[in-house]
Ligand binder design. Structure first.
Ligand code: 13P
Ligand code: SF4
Length: 334
């Protein structure tokens, strides 16, 4: 175990290892050392704070992270993201240790679909199959036929026979968007993401007037009225690629603010304006994603806790629909 100086200076947030770190500790160097020492890989989502993105071995959207988790040969996966993402990594890697800097990093969208309630709903529609957005618990995955992410949802739905009836859960906004794109009439579970629901179509319209050359780029978890203003709609990776390749010099970014770090790194000559929420708070920061800090990341690697564990039967049931997603994604080169 790493030699941790407990000569107290910084007090970490309550709720996790109650350890104080020496402020002079070079956390970047320590994390690099621990990665090598423990054969650990850090997978981070784009919504993580910039310091975490900078120490990560791989930064990606939910699909990229699941694919990376499926192929890694590391002994330890440190998942800098939220609970459902670390769960997916564990489902794919039962023999590996999966660590999450803060186990309380949940997801409002995942919480909007309690498995028992969803099962009762699903059982009313025996002719429907269930396609579920990856932002859900392992219990929800176990009740699903195919998992999807915002990168592959449209392709996955299009790959199903036109007369196949579908329940889409838990995100009603992504589901409505896919219904519009594909002409399907999927039944939609009434869930949503607290961050993407807070954007204001009115404020974005005003912002567009002040920045007439700016392109609006939005995540499909946003409401229909907000998506109607977008020049491009896509997953975080899609938004990043679009902003790097498009000729525009200014972008109004309608998703969680963490993605701006990579956008600015990829395109230093462009301006990225975070879309405003519909009130005065900084609600376009995901409070769950932002529970992870560099200090917690270091501690979780040093002490190998908190570790994500899962009942084996649940894991096996949750794995099937994820494998289907990975197969279909591979087939379409996604
Ligand atoms: P993607 O990164 O897959 O687009 O998902 C966004 C998100 O909300 C993750 O929680
Ligand atoms: Fe969940 Fe929304 Fe946060 Fe993503 S941004 S983790 S969907 S609450």
């Amino acid at each position: 175990m790493a030699d941790i100086n407990i000569d107290q200076k910084i007090v970490l947030e309550k709720g996790f290892l109650d350890i104080e770190l020496d402020v002079s500790l070079d956390l970047f160097a320590e994390i690099e050392r621990l990665k090598k020492e423990k054969n650990a890989i850090i997978l981070a989502h784009y919504y993580q704070e910039p310091d975490i993105q900078d120490v990560a071995d791989y930064i990606g959207d939910s699909l990229g992270l699941a694919q990376k988790a499926a192929e890694t040969e590391a002994d330890i996966i440190v998942f800098a993201g939220v609970h459902f993402m670390a769960e997916t990594a564990k489902i794919l890697n039962p023999s590996k240790k999966v660590l999450l800097p803060d186990l309380k990093a949940g997801c409002s969208l995942s919480d909007s679909a309690p498995p028992a309630l969803f099962k009762a709903y699903r059982d009313k529609y025996p002719d429907h199959i269930v396609v579920t957005y990856i932002n859900c618990s392992a219990g929800m995955k176990a009740l699903s036929d195919i998992i999807c992410t915002s990168s592959n949802a449209q392709k996955i739905i299009e790959s199903l026979p036109a007369d196949q009836q579908i329940i889409f859960a838990p995100d009603r906004n992504l589901g409505a968007y896919i219904n519009k794109q594909t002409g399907r009439n999927m039944l939609l579970w009434n869930g949503a993401c607290m961050v993407h629901e807070i954007f204001s179509a009115e404020k974005i319209t005003k912002l567009k007037l002040r920045h007439p050359g700016a392109k609006v780029i939005a995540h499909p978890e946003c409401e229909t009225a907000v998506l109607a203003l977008a020049d491009y709609i896509g997953s975080t990776t899609g938004l990043l690629k679009y902003s790097a390749n498009d000729a525009a010099k200014e972008f109004i970014v309608v998703t969680e603010t963490g993605i701006l770090h990579q956008m600015q790194k990829n395109s230093p000559d462009k301006t990225f304006i975070p879309a405003p929420p519909n009130n005065a708070c900084a609600c376009n920061d995901c409070p769950h994603m932002k529970l992870n800090t560099l200090e917690k990341l270091y501690l979780c690697m040093a002490y190998e806790t908190p570790e994500l564990t899962m009942d084996e039967n649940l894991r096996l049931a949750a794995r099937k629909p994820i494998d289907r997603m990975l197969e279909i994604s591979k087939k379409y080169g996604l």
